[in-house]
Design a protein around this ligand. Structure first.
Ligand SMILES: [Zn+2]
Length: 290
């Protein structure tokens, strides 16, 4: 009896062992089927991705796609401009000012952007940030905008430039790569040294830009209508326009003219570009740097 019980025990043990082994291998082979199925599925997804027919719901794939899309969109924004395109570069000098948020609002209303050539205005930190947060660009005008001081010497100009450059960098993390001379590169105060300044800047990897059209708001008698008329006349038939305007508390006529200015360029097929150091700016420089 004991012997029989022992044999039965061994048999049960063997059966249990066999069953477990069977279940183990069965599950292993199932999971390997799963893996190969998943591989095939994901291979299919990869080829579907290429065909732009991706219906995958995998989080990773979605994440990756979003990243790719963002990269593609960024590229589109910077490389969308073709040689044959008409482009206007709206530029605002002298800000930030009390009117800057209103200029930004108007740009936003039309879904366009501008480049702000800024001065140093302590206490307006939030406005510099607002300019950037709304997709516009900041480049350098001058810290002090004091012609007598900055055009005294190349060193004086560079010291003023460094002050505003570092201020913007510390505030926003942006390294500006283009500047605009107060008064333009051929202004009567500094024209004897502007080319030396531009050469020194070029050594630092920073280019300069003037303009080829202006709303004329440097004159106190400029009105909304005169500004619109001026840019319309100056831009007719011009493929690339760098438009000078001013962002100062007194420039309410420019603010009032801005909707019509934007509409003019939109109606005439212009794209809206931003000024950056990798552009060829030679068509918008009054004096050539040798
Ligand atoms: Zn200025």
């Amino acid at each position: 009896m004991r012997k029989n019980k022992a044999i039965l025990g061994v048999l049960i043990a063997v059966i249990v062992a066999l069953v477990f082994t069977g279940v183990y291998f069965a599950s292993k082979s199932d999971s390997s089927k799963d893996t190969s199925a998943k591989t095939t599925k994901s291979d299919n997804n990869t080829s579907e991705n290429k065909d732009k027919k991706d219906k995958s719901k995998s989080d990773k794939n979605v994440e990756k796609k979003t990243e790719e899309k963002t990269e593609a969109e960024t590229e589109t924004t910077t490389e969308q401009i073709l040689d044959t395109d008409k482009v206007v570069y709206l530029t605002f000098d002298d800000g930030p000012s009390d009117l800057t948020p209103s200029f930004i609002d108007t740009l936003n209303t039309y879904g366009v952007h501008a480049t702000f050539f800024v001065t140093l205005q302590e206490g307006r930190e939030d406005i510099y940030k607002q300019i950037l947060e709304n997709g516009n660009k900041i480049q350098i005008h001058t810290a002090s905008h004091d012609y007598d001081a900055i055009y005294q010497s190349v060193d004086a100009y560079i010291a003023d430039f460094d002050q505003i450059y570092n201020y913007i960098y510390n505030l926003t993390g942006v390294k500006c790569d283009v500047f605009r001379f107060p008064g333009g590169s051929n202004n009567s105060y500094g024209k004897n040294i502007t080319m030396d300044i531009a050469r020194e800047m070029r050594n630092r990897g920073i280019n300069y830009v003037d303009w080829n059209s202006s709303v004329g708001d440097g004159s106190a008698s400029a009105t909304k209508d005169s500004e619109v008329q001026k840019i319309t006349a100056e831009s007719d038939g011009v493929q690339r326009v760098v438009l000078l305007a001013h962002d100062a508390g007194t420039k309410s006529e420019t603010l009032a003219a801005l909707p019509q200015i934007i509409e003019y360029y939109k109606n005439n097929g212009y794209k809206f570009g931003l000024i950056s150091g990798d552009m060829d700016l030679s068509d918008f420089q009054f004096m050539k740097v040798d």
